[in-house]
Design a protein around this ligand. Structure first.
Ligand SMILES: [Fe+2]
Length: 493
């Protein structure tokens, strides 16, 4: 440990660099040590590992036995940490019951051995039933940015806790669940400067951009290459954008490619025509950067999901889109619910398969609304009891529509069927309680309600984030929603 760093710290803060209870380094000094280790690692290309150690259920231990006994446990664990780490390592008391260790010049697999010894020793030597959970991240593999790197080690610690505590977990980057290929976008415009502009707008994203200056070239590229989206100008000589769109959407092999038409401002006629021909969205000329990026991003996501599904499943997705079109107020709702549920599921450490089911469930959970009359869905006021009875059929209808795909959809069916159940049994269609409700459905329910509250509805304007969270908290307080899932939601939003 760099002695100059210690002297500098003492001179600067007029305080000690150690924690008075444990004798380990304190939080402030640890931050400096971490900065310095990161610099060293960058200069000499020497990896190191950061570990966070958290005492399991420490708050309830403290409550039960009192703070003096709690402090004794912290001191004992600090002693074990000191005994087990190597001389070159840097150990600190990071906060109340969290320790941090920089294991210099070693990668996580080697570090895990040292940390396993600490975990084992605590389980044997510290007070009865006292265990610790440990999360580790590799520098620079996890991230070169200090803040992100620290977050990744914390994420690994959370995973260790979720997986059942008393364990060591190494941070691993999760691959994109469904597709990690670079999306390919074809930009079609007879004016090269327009192509350049669109290309510049899409530059910040990892897209591969192909270009065509007329309709024939565009179709020939689509014919030869896998394309994930077409940005299509309407006004072009010879074959115009309408004709190109008609051919793309009229061909079974290409009709799933999203097409965004670029139309003149206020050209309603062109928009209507494009809809009739099957275009998925519009942007007006000159395009607004933010708007264009948002539309492209959202349609690319749908396309990537579609890529992974069989044609039958694609039909389901189209159906879900139809349902969304039926509801004037839910534009983008399913995609947002899908994304938010996936984020929740990831934080909860759910298995990859379950996360995948949640991702798809998010998109198609309301597909049963196809069987609910449009005027009930869009009623600008509270539903009367009869109308509500009809609305309550949508999870079952959705389940029935999707059940022929049981083999490939698996747990998605449960999510569709149970996404309106409540922990206290007051939900529908079955009135399941507590742990009888599948976890995927519970996660989706939280995301679904949150997104519904923060969106405009036929009977009210969108609520603020704070107000929505307050309502969710109240629901959790009444025993309707899982509190733990809500805690993760708070972290995200
Ligand atoms: Fe629903």
């Amino acid at each position: 440990m760099n002695a100059d760093l210690k002297t500098d710290y003492e001179n600067e803060t007029k305080a000690s660099f150690t924690d008075c209870l444990t004798g380990l380094l304190n939080h402030g000094f640890f931050q400096l040590a971490l900065d310095s280790e990161i610099k060293r690692s960058q200069r000499y290309e020497r990896p190191f590992t950061l570990a966070f150690i958290d005492v399991d259920s420490f708050a309830s231990y403290n409550r039960h036995y009192g703070p003096a006994k709690g402090d004794r446990i912290i001191k004992e664990i600090a002693g074990i940490v000191k005994n087990c780490v190597r001389e070159v390592d840097i150990a600190a008391r990071y906060s109340g019951d969290v320790f941090a260790i920089i294991l210099t010049q070693c990668k996580s697999d080697e570090a895990a051995g040292i940390l396993e010894r600490i975990r084992e020793s605590v389980a044997i030597l510290a007070g009865e039933h006292t265990t610790i959970s440990i999360g580790i991240a590799d520098y620079p593999a996890a991230s070169e940015n200090k803040e992100i790197f620290v977050k990744k080690a914390e994420e690994a610690l959370v995973k260790a806790k979720i997986k059942g505590k008393n364990r060591v977990t190494i941070f691993k980057e999760e691959k994109e669940l469904l597709n990690d290929q670079t999306p390919r976008i074809l930009v079609v415009d007879d004016e090269p400067k327009n192509i350049k502009l669109l290309e510049a707008f899409l530059l910040p994203f990892k897209y591969e951009i192909l270009k065509a200056e007329n309709g024939e070239d565009a179709l020939s590229i689509i014919d030869r290459t896998e394309i994930d989206m077409v940005l299509l100008d309407v006004m072009m000589p010879r074959m115009d954008g309408f004709e190109v769109c008609r051919r793309i959407k009229g061909n079974d092999n290409t009709r799933m490619i999203p097409v965004i038409m670029v139309t003149a401002l206020d050209d309603t006629e062109a928009k209507v025509k494009a809809i009739e021909l099957g275009a998925d969205d519009f942007v007006t000329k000159p395009p607004n950067r933010i708007e264009l990026q948002a539309r492209v991003k959202s349609l690319i996501k749908v396309k990537i999901l579609n890529n992974t599904l069989t044609s039958l499943e694609s039909v389901l997705f189209s159906l879900a889109n139809t349902v969304e079109a039926k509801d004037e107020y839910t534009s983008g709702h399913t995609l947002r619910v899908s994304e938010l549920s996936v984020e929740l599921a990831k934080r909860m450490g759910m298995a990859k398969n379950d996360i995948n089911a949640i991702k798809i469930g998010g998109i198609i959970h309301d597909v049963g609304k196809i069987g609910v009359p449009k005027d009930i869905i869009n009623k600008p006021g509270r539903l009367d009891p009869d109308e509500f009875e009809i609305m309550k059929t949508h999870p079952y209808i959705g389940y029935k529509i999707c059940s022929p795909l049981k083999k490939s959809l698996g747990k998605v069916l449960d999510i569709i069927y149970y996404h309106h159940e409540k922990l206290d049994g007051s939900g529908y269609p079955v009135g399941l309680k507590g742990n009888d409700i599948p976890i995927g459905a519970k996660v989706l329910a939280v995301a679904d309600i949150y997104d519904a509250l923060t969106s405009d509805r036929p009977y009210r304007k969108a609520l603020s984030k704070e107000k929505a969270l307050e309502i969710l908290r109240q629901e959790a307080g009444e025993g309707k929603l899982e509190k733990q899932i809500l805690d993760y939601l708070l972290e995200i939003v």
